[in-house]
Design a protein around this ligand. Structure first.
Ligand SMILES: NC(=O)c1ccc[n+]([C@@H]2O[C@H](COP(=O)([O-])OP(=O)(O)OC[C@H]3O[C@@H](n4cnc5c(N)ncnc54)[C@H](O)[C@@H]3O)[C@@H](O)[C@H]2O)c1
Ligand SMILES: [Zn+2]
Length: 364
């Protein structure tokens, strides 16, 4: 008998910088050249962002004498699929992208998730940079290293944890977003205020109009603060476990609502409804106070986001959907709940709080 141990215990530094700078898009080609990240770049993007920003970026990279190619797929969540991922990889294979190449993910969360996953698996891993161009992507999807595609069995089921080399955020790219996309991002930003930052919450209460008028300073402030919060949470907890759970505020009920609506209700709308429902549970359980719940509900309304579960959804359906969701442990429904604005409640030093079905039935 022989037993051979393959020692793979190693600590790897996967740290990276998030650069938030107005106009940085124009400086990226030089920065990438200096860094020697790759000899050839695949600029992965969608059909909308291609004409808005990718063509200029490609031209600018060509001027630094680095070979590159835009690979763009039709915009939309339905294209965050295994089929589109395979199509992107085939484009890269046909174009002879090798191990010395790199990936640029230029676009919203859909592009970031699929391009990140391509980077994670193409020749077993290529370096990649994220250039998020939606508010959701800036404050959420581009940070944390989660990459994935959807399947008919559910969203984000196939993917990998894979960290970018850097994230570049240029507020100028957000100026072409429509109001709906700003609202989608704001839902997550309101969540950050509730879970971790009372100052951010007050800023939104006072200055939300500035965000909707695409004021660059206001957008930069919420992006910077959002990145700090998400960055801090994921650096303490790279894989889904304790601290990272606080990011799920509003998402337990939210995912159920999103699913039951057959995705007619968007993610941002669903988690807005979810935050209010989960907030009500926190108040019912004596964890949170009603005054702050009303304050949060008003802020969500101010953002033009919904706060009520649609009448056609029954509480039993919502409970069933939550039990099926990965956030329920051993059949128990678990949530993270606020203690006060800017701070989440803990029980035995953990953030997950078990909720009795009877309480859910009473409250929602
Ligand atoms: N990996 C993570 O941790 C994580 C976190 C949150 C969300 N996500 C994923 O992110 C996706 C949602 O991201 P999203 O909301 O950015 O959606 P999206 O990528 O579909 O972008 C929304 C729309 O905006 C367009 N667009 C992008 N940038 C634009 C710009 N600057 N100007 C005008 N139009 C622009 C896109 O073409 C698209 O039509 C979902 O698939 C979700 O699962 C992932
Ligand atoms: Zn979310």
């Amino acid at each position: 008998m022989a037993e051979i141990r393959v020692n793979l215990k190693k600590t790897e530094d996967k740290s990276y910088n998030i650069i938030i700078e107005e106009g940085v898009l124009k400086k990226i080609p030089e920065k990438l050249k200096e860094a020697g990240l790759g000899h050839k770049f695949a600029i992965i993007t969608d059909s909308t962002v291609k004409t808005l920003y990718a063509e200029d970026l490609s031209e600018a990279i060509t001027k630094t004498d680095i070979d590159n190619k835009i690979i763009s797929f039709p915009a939309g969540e339905e294209n965050k699929s295994r089929e589109v991922k395979a199509w992107i990889e085939d484009q890269m294979l046909e174009d002879k992208f090798g191990r010395d190449s790199a990936v640029i993910a230029l676009g919203g969360g859909v592009v970031g998730d699929i391009a990140g996953y391509v980077a994670a698996s193409y020749t077993r891993g290529l370096p990649y940079v994220q250039i998020p161009t939606t508010l959701v992507a800036c404050v959420d999807s581009s940070i944390g290293g989660k990459t994935a595609v959807d399947t008919p069995h559910g969203k984000n089921l196939i993917g990998a944890f894979y960290q970018p080399w850097a994230v570049f955020i240029d507020v100028n790219t957000l100026l072409t977003l429509n109001k709906k996309e700003i609202q989608e991002g704001l839902a997550e930003v309101i969540k950050y205020g509730v879970i971790k930052d009372a100052e951010l919450f007050s800023f939104l209460e006072e200055k939300m109009d500035l965000v909707f008028s695409y004021d660059k300073a206001a957008l930069t402030y919420i992006i910077k603060t959002g990145c700090e919060i998400k960055g801090h949470v994921v650096e303490n907890d790279e894989r889904e476990s304790n601290l990272r759970k606080i990011l799920n505020f509003g998402h337990t009920v939210g995912h159920a609502v999103e699913n039951l609506s057959n995705y007619k209700i968007s993610h941002g709308q669903a988690i807005s409804i979810g935050m209010v429902a989960e907030g009500k549970l926190a108040v019912e359980m004596g964890i949170w106070n009603e005054t702050e719940l009303i304050q949060m509900t008003k802020l969500i309304e101010k953002a033009g986001l919904p706060t009520d579960i649609p009448d056609y959804m029954k509480v039993d359906q919502i409970i069933d959907a939550m039990v099926l969701d990965k956030k329920s442990r051993g059949g128990h429904i678990e949530m993270v709940l606020p203690n006060r604005i800017g701070d989440m409640a803990t029980i035995d030093r953990g953030y997950g709080i078990k909720i009795e079905e009877a309480v859910i039935k009473k409250v929602i």
